[in-house]
Write a protein that binds this ligand. Structure first.
Ligand code: NAP
Ligand code: 8YV
Length: 321
């Protein structure tokens, strides 16, 4: 039987290409300027797509591929793939949940400690020779005994919450649904939760449903002594309001791994000593990225060889036997 044809939409590592090539015929997306001749030649036979969560797949391309049966996303967040639209066409979308829980939760804790213990500011202070010239820098803050509000308590949020327990934090959470399997206090009202917290951590999906969930009233409720951490998606926070609150001293400090217009960071944040900035590296270790890539490949292989993918997104689960 002929091997299925897979479109690689966006960059994939050499190792991923090699492993995919053992099972499939690989077609590389040539870029939008060469789309027309590419689609004319290959669209009728492309049965699967592998793509990055940060790139997704436009609906125009989904609709231009009549033989498409599966879109395998690299990343747990899949807001750039219209899973509802794909499902309507009978196309399964998969993502890479769980394999990155540990890494993203470690990054979150590292970012939180970097902000509260002023690790990056202290590093700058030491490098600039200020310790020798000016003496010890101002004290930082500890996190033991602090109340942390989790905005999102799913796979990654729960892993972060468990680790925060080891640091002696009190965890509460906001989400649309209350979980029956945890003893953490649930707040249906995010402003009420933020008002009683020292630290707010965002770890929800992006997309329309969470856009600007953290807005000015939430930021003001967290207040001038509050610390805000975002490892979810930049779109969940009204970034203009966040920058204004930091600049005006209405918010104490922030640690950000994600931004509204990646890879662009609001320039006002660059010079702020109470802000730690990361270039969306929550899952960015060799080990975790290999596990994510492995799951992309395993989803495609399992789907084409056994008729069932491993980790379909919720919108598409009904398409599986
Ligand atoms: P998950 O298991 O689906 O958890 C999502 C959590 O967010 C759930 O608690 C969910 O609860 C809550 N939520 C969803 N929509 C909400 C809304 N409209 N309002 C309030 N809460 C809402 O997802 P996960 O695996 O933990 O991943 C979470 C997200 O982290 C990903 O989607 C991705 O955007 C981000 N992420 C970032 C990085 C990074 O590198 N920075 C890496 C991996 C993932 P309810 O459904 O009850 O509301
Ligand atoms: C990845 C992420 O950096 O999994 C996610 O949702 O945000 C990160 O792990 C990204 O998806 C890679 O495309």
């Amino acid at each position: 039987m002929a091997r299925p044809q897979i479109l690689l939409y966006g960059p994939m590592s050499g190792e991923v290409r090699e492993r995919l090539a053992q099972h499939f015929v690989i077609r590389e997306w040539p870029g939008s300027e060469h789309a027309e001749p590419f689609l004319a030649e290959h669209a009728p036979s492309i049965a699967g797509v592998a793509t990055g969560g940060d790139i997704g797949l436009p609906n125009e391309i989904i609709d231009a591929l009549p033989a498409l049966r599966i879109i395998a996303g690299y990343g747990v967040g899949y807001e750039r793939i219209d899973a509802g639209h794909a499902a309507e066409r009978g196309i399964l979308v998969t993502h890479t949940p769980d394999v990155l829980n540990d890494e993203v939760s470690n990054t979150t804790i590292a970012l939180l400690l970097a902000v509260t213990r002023r690790i990056v500011a202290y590093d700058r202070y030491a490098r600039e020779g200020r310790w020798a010239r000016e003496g010890s820098p101002p004290l930082a803050h500890g996190i033991a005994g602090k109340r942390v509000g989790m905005v999102g308590l799913g796979r990654i949020g729960m892993t972060i919450a468990q680790k925060l327990g080891v640091f002696g934090c009190e965890v509460v959470y906001h989400s649309r649904n209350r979980r029956d399997d945890v003893s953490f206090q649930h707040y249906p009202d995010l402003i009420a939760m933020a008002g009683g917290c020292d630290i707010l951590i965002v770890i929800t999906p992006g997309g329309a449903a969470t856009r600007h969930l953290v807005d000015r009233p939430v930021i003001d409720a967290l207040g001038p002594k509050g610390t805000f951490i975002n490892v979810g998606r930049g779109s969940v926070v009204d970034e203009r309001e966040l920058v204004a609150a930091l600049a005006e001293g209405r918010l104490g400090a922030a640690g950000l791994d994600v931004f509204e217009d990646e890879p662009n960071i609001p320039p006002e944040l660059i010079s702020m000593d109470n802000v730690v900035l990361l270039p969306h590296v929550g899952s960015a270790t060799v080990e975790t990225r290999a596990a994510m890539a492995g799951l992309v490949i395993d989803n495609l292989v399992s789907f084409f060889e056994h008729g069932k993918a491993i980790t379909p997104v919720p919108e598409c689960r009904h398409l599986q036997p």
